[in-house]
Structures are given as structure tokens and as C-alpha cells.
Unconditional design. Structure first.
Length: 121
């Protein structure tokens, strides 16, 4: 399950990006995952929730935006949605394609919420 190593990489990015002196907490990690990346987003969500305890991501949720696969046929130039590898061009049935998008995995941002100062009555 490579999703566990991906979750660890997200944690590492968050730890490097979140200042140690910060008074708030990370409440969301926003990522993009390409449809052709072979990443099981449900497994990634599970792995993320399993490793976040006791870290800067303890209260964070993982928000995933899926980037659709898109290819250009090298034979006829048709640009089309490609949801998995090995599918022919819908226009000419050619298999020689250039992937334009859909293999991405990007951490876009961390959403941080400031801690409310403790009030004493």
C-alpha cells in the first residue's frame, strides 16, 4: 500500500511548512490527485487518519481534488478524457497518446486555524 508512504510524505511536508512557534493548528491539507496516478484515495484517507495522531496534523482533514485524466492522440490530435491507461482514442482508435494531465500528486495548501487564547474566569 503505497498510500501509507504518500501519507507520510504529506505529514513531512506539513511538518516542514508549519512554524514551530505557531499558536494555531492545521485543520486541513488540500491536495490534488490525478485520476491516472494509481492512487486509491480511500486508502490514502485511511492512511492519513492512521498516522496523524500526535503530529501537527492531529486535527487535520485531508481534502482531495481529483484531476481528470486527459490525453492527446498522436495520430489524429484529438484531446479526450482518459480514465485509465490502455484505452484507444475515441476518434481514430489509435493507442499512441500523450498524457496531458491526470498523473499529478500535489500538496496545494495547508489550512491553519489560530488557537483561541485561554480565558480565565
Amino acid at each position: 500500500m503505497h498510500e501509507l508512504s504518500i501519507a507520510h510524505s504529506i505529514l513531512s511536508i506539513a511538518e516542514r511548512s508549519f512554524p514551530a512557534e505557531a499558536t494555531g493548528f492545521i485543520h486541513a491539507v488540500n491536495i490534488q490527485v490525478g485520476e491516472l496516478s494509481s492512487i486509491d484515495t480511500e486508502a490514502l484517507l485511511f492512511a492519513f487518519s492512521a498516522i496523524r495522531s500526535g503530529t501537527v496534523l492531529e486535527r487535520a482533514v485531508l481534502q482531495i481534488e481529483t484531476i481528470p485524466g486527459e490525453a492527446r492522440c498522436s495520430d489524429c490530435g484529438t484531446v479526450y478524457h482518459l480514465d485509465s491507461f490502455g484505452k484507444a482514442c475515441p476518434h481514430c482508435q489509435g493507442y499512441l497518446v500523450n498524457i496531458l494531465q491526470g498523473k499529478e500528486l500535489k500538496v496545494l495548501s495547508l489550512s491553519v486555524e489560530e488557537e483561541e487564547p485561554a480565558t480565565h474566569a
